[in-house]
Write a protein that binds this ligand. Sequence first.
Ligand SMILES: [Zn+2]
Length: 207
Amino acid sequence: MPRSAYERSKGVETVTWREFPLGKGIALAILDEASATGRQQKGQALLDVLDEAAGLPPCKLTVADRPQRHRTREGRLELKTYGYYRIAWESTPRRGSIRIYNLTAIRQQVLAPKVFLETLLHEWVHHYDFTGLELDRSPHTSGFFNRIRDLAETLGVGYVAPPKREVSSAAPPEDVMVAKDHLRPGGVPPPKWIRDQVLALFGHPRT
Ligand SMILES: [Zn+2]
């Protein structure tokens, strides 16, 4: 990863707004929803408020009423995030989409309200990183987690965000997919497992 993207991600601790996001009521209403449909509707309303207030292109939310497809390696649960962020990097404007599974992977229980909301805010901060900060990666740095916390506090729901984390990683996050028109720079096709994963998560593109 280019050092600049990582350092920039680490150095920015807050979300910058064009206008104050009036999303507190919607955020609180999301905590009262348990169904995938209700969470998708209210969640989309919140994303629209955030995108408008931050001056970002829209981000589409899908809440799937099924457990997260998970993968284990050597008996260990390898994927443990509840949602994914995907950006079509080469389209104009850059379109983002968020997908959240409403049920937990193993026990297939409905995600707790706070976990759902935190996941939504987490994935939106990836959208902010790409389209607001214009980073070409969105690593899970300490700054990234501080931006989630700042966002949650701005919305009056600071208690859904985890306390400041010391861990920061330069490794590419597992919940972010950058669609670059099937080819990486240099014309090398992505590895098959990445294509398989994108297909499994987002399905076949409609033609
Ligand atoms: Zn993430």
